[in-house]
Design a protein around this ligand. Structure first.
Ligand code: UT7
Length: 323
């Protein structure tokens, strides 16, 4: 019997502390005007001292479980996409599983940086379709504030902390109808690794390191790479941007979002934008944007939703969901 992965719930969590552009302009040589004009960002949330990536993930997961009317015990697969794990090991997913009081099933992390949530969603979809799990909790959670060089104005103004979670259930095609994850397209090209990376790690420097980015270079590739995977999904499903109800892009830069929207000929009102308030939360950005658009009533059951992301690796991917 063929199965589909159907969305049951979504949730997002942002740490309480907000840092505005004005506050940042007291820390480094920047201005609200430069940040808004170049990125569309006005503010970002930053985790408190001792507030871990797994804590943000658990808060988002609890909201997603509530929206799905499920208990933690109903989950048998947890995938956490993160580039800022609590520990080198075990996985942040193991820690999230423990904090949620779950002992059944299996849990692991995915490292695809800003594309991590799309990679995790596609992975969960494969496990659910294969019958290896019944209900998956797919999380993107980050505390990039821990790997930012707060004296580097080129990067410190762009990122924030947060978490988002989605719950998927394996359903028979008969029960799912036209709902479910319809198609995903994932790509990596490691030849671009040094355009966006962290200059530390267990086997190299034995330190955590700081984020390094050639922003202009990343920008140069972003729109083309994102459009390619979105077009691939359209080609494989026979659908087009005219069919979309919502486009939920990775929230790195408003200019990239606008560029992709224009290339896909999408009306701006169909594009979910949270970068102004969240900044770039890496793997958390897409599920956080989904949670915002779901909670304010924009995304409804039956809507056709395209997700996309691009980031370090380079990695990039897109996923089409009938909500
Ligand atoms: O999620 C992962 C993917 N990451 C991205 O998608 C990020 C992609 N890149 C970007 O979003 C943009 O390239 C940035 C927002 C990072 C930068 O915008 P840009 O228009 O590409 O600016 P730039 O890097 O070319 O810098 C322009 C100028 C430079 O000065 P000069 O060389 O022209 O004198 C920078 O030194 O702006 C300067 N600058 C700043 N000025 C004020 C760089 N950062 C700042 C700052 N405040 N924070």
């Amino acid at each position: 019997m063929n199965k589909k992965s159907v969305v049951l719930g979504v949730g997002g969590y942002l740490p309480k502390r907000i840092i505005t552009n004005k506050e940042l302009s007291k820390m480094v040589d920047t201005s609200d005007e430069w940040i808004v004009q170049r990125s569309g960002i006005h503010e970002r949330h930053i985790a408190a001292e001792g507030e871990l990536t797994s804590d943000l993930a658990v808060s988002a997961a609890k909201i997603a479980l509530k929206s799905a009317s499920l208990d933690a015990s109903d989950i048998d697969l947890i995938i956490v996409a993160t580039a800022t794990p609590d520990l080198t090991f075990p996985s942040t997913a193991s820690l999230v599983q423990n904090k949620l009081g779950i002992t059944q099933g299996f849990a692991f992390d995915i490292a695809a940086v800003c594309s991590g949530f799309v990679f995790a969603l596609a992975t969960a979809d494969s496990y659910l379709k294969s019958g290896m799990a019944k209900r998956a909790l797919v999380i993107g959670a980050e505390t990039f504030s821990n790997i930012i060089d707060w004296s580097d104005r080129a990067t410190c103004v762009l990122f924030g902390d947060g978490a988002g979670a989605l719950i998927l259930e394996a359903q028979s095609e008969e029960k799912a109808g036209d709902r479910g994850v319809l198609c995903s397209s994932l790509r990596t090209d490691g030849s671009h690794w040094d355009k966006l990376y962290v200059d530390g790690g267990v086997s190299s420097t034995k330190t955590v390191g700081h984020l390094k980015m050639q922003g202009r270079e990343v920008f140069k590739y972003a729109v083309g790479m994102i459009s390619d995977v979105v077009d691939d999904v359209f080609e494989k499903t026979g659908l087009s941007s005219d069919d979309l109800d919502w486009f939920v892009p990775h929230q790195a830069n408003k200019r990239i979002i606008d560029g992709v929207g224009k290339k896909l000929k999408l009306p701006p009102q169909k594009v979910v934008v949270t970068v102004d308030k969240h900044a770039n939360t890496s793997a958390a950005s897409v599920p956080l944007a989904l949670s915002v658009a779901f909670e304010d009533g924009r995304i409804k059951k039956g809507d056709l939703v395209m997700l996309e992301a691009m980031g370090g690796g380079f990695t990039w991917g897109a996923s089409l969901i009938r909500w």
